[in-house]
Design a protein around this ligand. Structure first.
Ligand SMILES: [Zn+2]
Length: 536
């Protein structure tokens, strides 16, 4: 069945069948029962939450031949005609295509006449915020002296565009986003009525994607049903919507814990290449961290609110024991905070990589400014403690992660506070200066912000501790761009050096491994040679 057909077929015809909006349904239903509708209503709220549907049910309820009652009968001539949109006393206009004052004047003229077949003349104005100022003024005159037999119902997604004088003459109801459980119940009702089999997780997924909108959820259901098949499955829904499956998230988590940056890079490119919806991907990714946090804090008690299939739940439970809670919390916060900037970024792939790499190295993250490598450390990076790839829930680890979270928060606060402040001619000032630049400035500042710097007479050394940052800074003419920004900012030409400190760390790691007595003995005794050295 076509999706429009599905939405129309299951459009509620009674107050009680409207999904969510309990408070509004109750008040309007009572007004209909008492035959005391207001002269003007304003229904505001996001799209697809039932504003127009409610307006039509109200029009029926106050004109039903078997009324006044709390619900329309949907059986009499008036109800039938209103449902079909052919009732002469109910006028519905779309302000988006009738913005002009002439249309409103005509409505005002119509409003003066008594209804022909019903008790009330009902004028429904959809997208009413699109009316011109002149049209609003014309409408205001009618609202100031409303004919008793006339009911105006205006629906809008943007009530802030209404003149206060108009709002003050309306009963204003704010339609809420529909709760996930209510959306799931509605989808289940439709699938049962259509005699479809379904997995409960598929319903939750569609409802989540519908983001509080009945219309969007129904539209998604229409697309999924159009795929054919006898059963609505999570896989089918993900396929139709271009969403990543559980396996994708599970793999990302393993890579993050193993600090496998190459795999992370490949996976990000793969999901971007498949054209998956990045916004929803990041939302679900944030949900994964939230689920982990709930499981780590509440254990089995969290099962009920997570609504996950058994095998997935087991996976997250196992993982929640492996990662210290403060790290989970910090990661969750990071994903939510970075989501918007990734979507706005000129280079979303790079911004996403940075987020994932930061998540992998979260325990080692230090606020910029607090960490300056000493010369000794620079020349002998082996002195730095190597990263421990295995997560243990030890008190040290928790403290370390807690430190990371605080560091991250400090870093964010520092970034937010100092954003735009580049009066001081130092490294943080320069990073902020880059951030203030249009175009790629923000992503460049992110990369530079993760580097250390040494400013000496006539030269600036940028020390990259991560290979991919080094590569990115060296590519696409960025080196030249940085040079010219340096000149602009510091007011004089400086020789720029971009130094790959990550490589140094790795080569010294190799030397250290080759120098290890056990390795030496193995090489000697078996007359062997080393092919590859890997951190475990
Ligand atoms: Zn009726």
């Amino acid at each position: 069945m076509a999706k429009a057909g599905l939405t129309a077929k299951y459009r509620p015809q009674l107050f009680k069948d409207i999904v969510g909006q309990d408070f509004i349904k109750k008040i309007l239903s009572r007004a209909a029962q008492q035959n005391k509708p207001a002269n003007a209503y304003l229904f505001s709220g996001t799209r697809g939450v039932g504003k127009t549907t409610t307006a039509r049910i109200m029009a029926k309820a106050i004109n039903c031949l078997n009324g006044p009652d709390s619900e329309p009968c949907n059986d009499c001539t008036n109800c039938h005609q209103i449902t079909k949109g052919i009732f002469s006393d109910v006028l519905e206009i779309d302000a988006a295509s009738h913005t002009g004052v002439d249309n409103v004047r005509k409505l005002r003229e119509d409003a003066v006449y008594f209804p022909m077949s019903g008790r009330y003349k009902v004028i429904i104005i959809d997208e009413a915020h699109m009316l011109s100022n002149a049209a609003f003024n014309a409408l205001l005159k009618t609202l100031e002296e409303p004919p008793g037999h006339c009911v105006f119902i205006m629906a809008t997604t943007a009530p802030e565009k209404f003149p206060p004088t108009v709002i003050s003459r309306c009963q204003h109801y704010v339609f809420k986003m529909v709760h996930l459980d209510d959306l799931v119940t509605h989808l289940r009702f439709v699938l049962d009525a259509e005699k479809y089999e379904y997995d409960p997780e598929a319903l939750i997924l569609m409802a989540k994607r519908g983001a509080g909108s009945v219309r969007d959820s129904m539209s998604i259901l229409g697309q999924v049903m159009a795929l054919g098949g006898e059963r609505v499955t999570p896989q089918g829904v993900r396929e139709v919507l271009g969403l990543a499956g559980h396996d994708v998230y599970a793999d990302f988590f393993e890579d993050i814990l193993n600090k496998d940056l190459v795999n992370i890079h490949t996976r990000i490119n793969s999901i971007l290449g498949q054209g998956l919806d990045i916004n929803f991907f990041l939302q679900e990714f944030a949900s994964c961290w939230r689920n982990l946090f709930l499981l780590s804090q509440s254990g089995d008690k969290a099962d009920k609110i997570l609504s996950l299939p058994g095998n997935e739940l087991e996976f997250w439970k196992d993982l929640s024991v492996r990662i210290p809670a403060p790290r989970i919390h910090a990661a969750w916060q990071m994903v939510i905070e970075e989501q918007k900037s990734i979507l706005k970024s000129n280079e979303p792939a790079l911004a996403m990589e940075l987020l994932f790499f930061n998540l992998a190295y979260l325990p080692e993250l230090l606020p910029i400014g607090q960490y300056t490598p000493s010369r000794q450390e620079m020349s002998n990076p082996a002195a730095a403690k190597p990263a421990d790839p295995v997560e243990k829930k030890s008190p040290e680890n928790i403290r370390e992660s807690l430190g990371a979270r605080e560091a991250y928060s400090d870093h964010k606060a520092e970034k937010e506070e100092s954003c735009g402040d580049f009066s001081e001619k130092n490294w943080p000032g320069f990073v902020n200066y880059c951030r203030s630049k249009e175009g790629a400035g923000d992503s460049l500042a992110r990369m530079l912000g993760s580097c250390e710097s040494i400013i000496e007479q006539g030269s600036l050394k940028i020390v990259c501790n991560q290979e991919f940052i080094y590569d990115s800074l060296k590519r696409n003419g960025r080196e030249r761009l940085i040079s010219s920004l340096i000149e602009e900012f510091f007011g004089s030409e400086m020789t720029l050096y971009i130094i790959n400190n990550a490589q140094k760390k790795d080569s010294s790691f190799r030397e250290k491994a080759l120098d290890h007595p056990v390795v030496k003995r193995l090489v000697d005794e078996f007359d062997s040679r080393i092919i590859e050295i890997k951190r475990l």
